[in-house]
Design a protein around this ligand. Structure first.
Ligand SMILES: Cc1ncc(C[n+]2csc(CCOP(=O)(O)OP(=O)(O)O)c2C)c(N)n1
Ligand SMILES: [Mg+2]
Length: 670
C-alpha cells in the first residue's frame, strides 16, 4: 500500500530536519537522508526493538549507520524517538562541543552505537555485533529463557560496499550464516564524485547471493514506500540461516532540484533549493526545524513501547537469574564490563630457570589461563593461530553450527577482524582480541584508530615484532609499526620484555577501561629475566637493574631488547660505568604516572641516556633527551637468519656497550 498521508508527513519530518540542520550548519550531507528517510522510517517505527529512555538496554536491537556521512538521518531519528537529543542539538549540528558532530561518534549522543564515517567500517562493526549476539545467545540462553535475542541492522551506501573491508565483512558474515544481521543497502547509483557507473557496475545482489546472503530488491518506484520496505525487513527477519541484504534502489537528494545527482551528496542544498524541495514535497517553508505535533507524538510512542519491552525483559531476566544464578551473575558482570575481582590470581608466573620462551608463547599460556577466568574473552587470528599462539584450547570454534565457540577464525581478513572486534566491544558483554603479525597492523589501522577514538575495549595482539623474525625478510619485518601505533591517541601499546612482563601486559589489557591495548610480542625466544615476576607493567617503565655505583648511564629498552640491555650493562659495569637498565614496556602508561615516579625512574639530569629498540628511533628523543642517543633501525630490514641480522644491525651487547660508553665520554667532555 502506498504511504498514508501520516506516513508521508512523518517521513518528510525526518527529511526536512536533515535538510534544515545541514542548511544551518552550512555543511553536511543532505542527499542520503532525503533518499533513505523512508528506509529508516520503516525500520525504526515498525521493527527496531529499542528503549530510547535507556539507550543501554542490553537486549535492544543494534543499529549501525555505516554511511556515517548521513549522520543527520540518525540524529533526526534519535531526536524524534525520544533519546533525549533536543532540537537545539540538531541546530548545533557540526558545531564545536555539540552532541551532533559531523559523523556519528560513540559517546557524543545517546543512542549512537558506533563511530562511523570511514566507509566500510560500520558494516564490519555490524558483523561483530551479530557475532557477539550469536555467541552470547548460544552460551547463555536456556530453553524457555531467551535472554540474548536481538537483531543487528545496518544501513550502508555504495561506498561501504565498494570498500575492500565491506567485501571482507560480507564474505565472513555469509560464511558464518549470521541470520540476525540485516543490511539495508541504499542503492542510489551515486557516490561523492558522480554516478557509480564509471566504476561500480558489478552485480551486487548476485555477488551477495554467492557469498551466502539472502537478497531482496525494492525497486526505484517503490523506494520511498514504507510498507514495501517494511515487508522486505519482515521477510529478512524470517530468514534465520543467512544474513540479509535489502537493496533499495533509491534516489539521492529525493525531491530536490539536484535529485539523482552527486551534487546532492555532500553540500547543503542552499536556501533556494531547500525552499524548492519543501515546495515539491508539500512541506511548509517556514519555520525551519518544523516538527508537526502529530508526528512527534507518533515517533515518541517508541519511548513507552521501549519501556514496556525493557520491563518485560527485566522480568524475564529475573526468572532466568532464579533458575540459573551462576550464568546470570556472569552475564551481569560482563554486561557491566567489570573484570572478575580475582583475575590476577589466574595469571601464571615464570622463573628464569624455566628457560627461554618467546613472548608470543608466553602470551598464549597467559591468555589461556585468563580465558578460564574471563568468560567474556573471545577472538582469534587472521589465519595465523599456529604462529600467533592465540588459540584458546578446548573452548571451541565459532562456526555456523557452534556459535558457542570462543575461537573466531577470521581467515585472511585483517580489516574486518579489526572492525568486527570493535563491533563486538561496542555490543558489550564480550572482550574481543585479535591477532596477526605486527607488520600487518597496517591492514587494521583504520579500525585500531576507531577503537581508540571511540574508547572501545579491544585487545590487539601482534607477534613477530621486529627484524628478529629473520628469514621472511623486510616485507614481514616491522620497523615503523610500533612508532606508528604509539602515534595513535588513546591506544596503549605494550611491548613486554619477557614472559612475566607479558603476563603483566595481559593483566593491563584485560582490565583497562576507556580504550584499546596493543600487545607487541616476539617470535624469537627471550630469557625470563630476574626481577620481572610481578613487574609493574601498569606503570609503563621501571628500574630493572640499577647501577652498582654512581649513575653514569641509563639504558632504556623495550621488549626483546631489554635482555640485550642487561648484557650490555654487565660489560659497561666491568668498565666502571655505572649503568641502570630501565624496562619500558609502555610509553603511554609511563606518561600517565606522576612526575615524581617518572623522575625516579629517569632522573632528569643525572646521566646519559641510550634507548635500545629494534625499530625506527622516531619519537625516542622524548625519553633520551637532547644529549641522549638511540639505537634502532631507521631503514627496512633484510632477509637473513636472526643472528646475522642482530650483528648486521648492531643489536649485540658489545655494540650497545660501545655506544653507551662513548655517550658517557661525550657527556663528561661536556
Ligand atoms: C574510507 C573512506 N573513503 C572516502 C571517504 C569520503 N567519502 C565520503 S562519502 C563518499 C562516497 C559517497 O557515496 P555513497 O557511499 O554512495 O554515499 P551517497 O553519496 O550515496 O550518500 C566518500 C568517497 C570516506 N568517508 N571514507
Ligand atoms: Mg550512493
Amino acid at each position: 500500500m502506498p504511504n498514508t498521508p501520516a506516513d508521508e508527513r512523518n517521513i518528510n519530518t525526518i527529511r526536512f530536519l536533515c535538510v534544515d540542520a545541514v542548511e544551518k550548519a552550512k555543511s553536511g550531507h543532505p542527499g542520503m537522508p532525503l533518499g533513505a528517510a523512508a528506509e529508516a522510517y520503516a525500520l525504526w517505527t515498525r521493527h527496531l526493538k529499542h528503549s530510547p529512555s535507556n539507550p543501554h538496554w542490553f537486549d535492544r536491537d543494534r543499529f549501525v549507520l555505516s554511511s556515517g556521512h548521513a549522520s543527520m538521518l540518525l540524529y533526526a531519528l534519535l531526536y524524534l524517538t525520544g533519546y533525549g537529543l533536543e532540537l537545539d542539538d540538531l541546530r548545533a549540528f557540526r558545531q564545536l562541543g555539540s552532541r551532533t558532530p559531523g559523523h556519528p561518534e560513540r559517546g557524543a549522543a545517546p543512542g549512537v552505537e558506533v563511530t562511523t564515517g570511514p566507509l566500510g567500517q560500520g558494516i564490519g562493526n555490524a558483523v561483530g555485533m551479530a557475532i557477539a549476539e550469536a555467541n552470547l545467545a548460544a552460551r547463555y540462553n536456556r530453553p524457555g529463557h531467551a535472554i540474548v535475542d536481538h537483531f543487528t541492522y545496518a544501513m550502508v551506501s555504495d561506498g561501504d560496499l565498494m570498500e575492500g573491508i565491506g567485501n571482507e565483512a560480507a564474505s565472513l558474515a555469509g560464511h558464518l550464516g549470521l541470520g540476525k544481521l540485516i543490511v539495508l543497502y541504499d542503492d542510489n547509483h551515486v557516490s561523492l564524485a558522480g554516478a557509480t557507473d564509471v566504476t561500480y557496475t558489478e552485480g551486487v545482489a548476485p555477488k551477495f547471493d554467492a557469498l551466502g546472503w539472502h537478497t531482496q530488491f525494492v525497486t526505484h518506484d517503490l523506494s520511498c514506500d514504507a510498507d514495501v520496505i517494511s515487508r522486505a525487513i519482515e521477510e529478512a527477519r524470517r530468514v534465520t540461516d543467512r544474513p540479509s541484504l535489502i537493496l533499495v534502489r533509491s534516489t539521492i537528494g529525493y525531491g530536490s532540484p539536484v535529485a539523482g545527482s552527486s551534487k546532492a551528496h555532500g553540500e547543503p542544498l542552499g536556501p533556494e533549493d531547500a525552499k524548492r524541495t519543501k515546495e515539491t514535497l508539500g512541506w511548509p517553508i517556514e519555520p525551519p526545524f518544523y516538527v508537526p505535533a502529530e508526528s512527534l507524538t507518533f515517533f515518541r510512542q517508541a519511548v513507552e513501547r521501549g519501556r514496556h519491552d525493557e520491563q518485560a525483559w527485566n522480568e524475564r531476566f529475573e526468572r532466568y537469574a532464579a533458575a540459573f544464578p551462576a550464568e546470570a551473575a556472569d552475564l551481569r558482570r560482563m554486561i557491566a564490563g567489570d573484570p572478575p575481582a580475582d583475575l590476577a590470581e589466574h595469571l601464571p608466573t615464570f622463573a628464569p630457570e624455566d628457560g627461554e620462551i618467546a613472548t608470543r608463547d608466553a602470551a598464549g599460556k597467559v591468555e589461556n589461563a585468563l580465558a578460564a577466568a574471563l568468560p567474556e574473552l573471545m577472538g582469534g587470528s587472521a589465519d595465523l593461530d599456529p604462529s600467533t599462539k592465540t588459540y584458546l584450547k578446548d573452548l571451541g570454534d565459532f562456526q555456523p553450527h557452534s556459535y558457542e565457540g570462543r575461537n573466531i577464525h577470521w581467515g585472511v581478513r585483517e580489516h574486518v577482524m579489526g572492525a568486527a572486534s570493535n563491533g563486538m566491544a561496542a555490543h558489550g558483554a564480550v572482550l574481543p582480541f585479535t591477532a596477526t603479525f605486527l607488520t600487518f597492523a597496517d591492514y587494521m589501522r583504520p579500525s585500531i584508530r576507531l577503537a581508540a577514538l571511540s574508547k572501545l575495549h579491544v585487545v590487539f595482539v601482534f607477534t613477530h615484532d621486529s627484524i628478529m623474525l629473520g628469514e621472511d625478510g623486510p616485507t614481514h619485518q616491522p620497523v615503523e609499526q610500533v612508532a606508528s601505533l604509539r602515534a595513535i591517541p588513546n591506544l596503549t601499546v605494550v611491548r613486554p620484555a619477557d614472559a612475566n612482563e607479558t603476563a603483566g601486559a595481559w593483566r593491563q589489557a584485560a582490565t583497562a577501561r576507556g580504550g584499546p591495548t596493543a600487545i607487541i610480542l616476539t617470535r624469537q625466544k627471550v630469557p625470563t629475566l630476574a626481577g620481572t615476576a610481578g613487574a609493574p607493567v601498569e606503570r609503563g617503565a621501571y628500574v630493572l637493574a640499577d647501577a652498582s655505583g654512581p649513575l653514569d648511564l641509563i639504558l632504556i629498552a623495550t621488549g626483546s631488547e631489554v635482555a640485550l640491555a642487561l648484557q650490555a650493562r654487565a660489560l659497561l659495569e666491568e668498565r666502571g660505568i655505572g649503568t641502570r637498565v630501565v624496562s619500558m614496556p609502555s610509553w603511554e602508561l609511563f606518561e600517565q604516572q606522576d612526575p615524581a615516579y617518572r623522575d625516579d625512574v629517569l632522573p632528569p639530569h643525572a646521566a646519559a641516556r641510550l634507548s635500545v629498540e629494534a625499530a625506527v628511533t622516531f619519537g625516542w628523543s622524548r625519553w633520551v633527551g637532547e644529549r641522549g642517543a638511540s639505537i634502532g633501525i631507521d631503514r627496512f630490514g633484510e632477509s637473513a637468519p636472526m643472528a646475522a641480522l642482530a650483528k648486521h644491525f648492531g643489536f649485540t651487547p658489545e655494540h650497545v656497550a660501545e655506544r653507551g660508553a662513548s655517550l658517557v665520554a661525550a657527556a663528561v667532555r661536556g
